[in-house]
Write a protein that binds this ligand. Sequence first.
Ligand SMILES: [Zn+2]
Length: 241
Amino acid sequence: MQNRLTTLYKLQNIDDQLDELEELRGDLPLTVNDLTSRMTEIKDQIAEKENIKKEAFETQKINEDEIERLKKSLKKFKSQLFQVRNNKEYDALTKEIDHSEKLIEEKQNENMELELHVEKMKFDIEELTPKLEELQEELKEKETELKKIIRTNEKEEAKLREQREKIVEQIKRNDYNIYMRIRKAKGGNAVAYVSRGACSGCHNMVPPQRLIEIRTNKRLFVCESCGRILVSGQIADAVRG
Ligand SMILES: [Zn+2]
């Protein structure tokens, strides 16, 4: 049992050191994430606007072809006007001409509107691009800073991670799950020790009877006040050397 408690405290000790290294990075990892997602957002916006632009161009092209075709038939109808033999034919032709002219006007109006839309998209893209470049610049800076910090502690961190792995192997799955659950709930500190009769995690006094039991290192106790795993001062001293 003593070994089980010692191992848990060792794990806590290593995690404390890893947490310290993590803290050195400060807000940088979050900032990098935030910048990256803001960049993705803007990139998506630009891509969407480019796409609208492209579709508008395609529609314009289709309209232009259609206008071309309508103009040709309009020309044909107009030349046929000179050859009509009766009112009925004349009415039919003028109807065709009116219809073609109306269609041409519609397509031309549509293209003008599309043109305005394209201009708006271009304007938006031009506004977004410098923002993207600004974020890119900031991201590069923060990433460099973060990499520098990581590189400084790379070896130490790798060593600690290796030690952690070995220790985790010695811990029963159930104990490890309890440890991780408390660690998550208590902001990192899952294993406390008794110091001057109090829990090192919450500083509340441990009942005397419980103190005696903890001192025997024969069972896994949790602090009645904060819920952390509570080991004896003797175990903590032994681990910390
Ligand atoms: Zn406590």
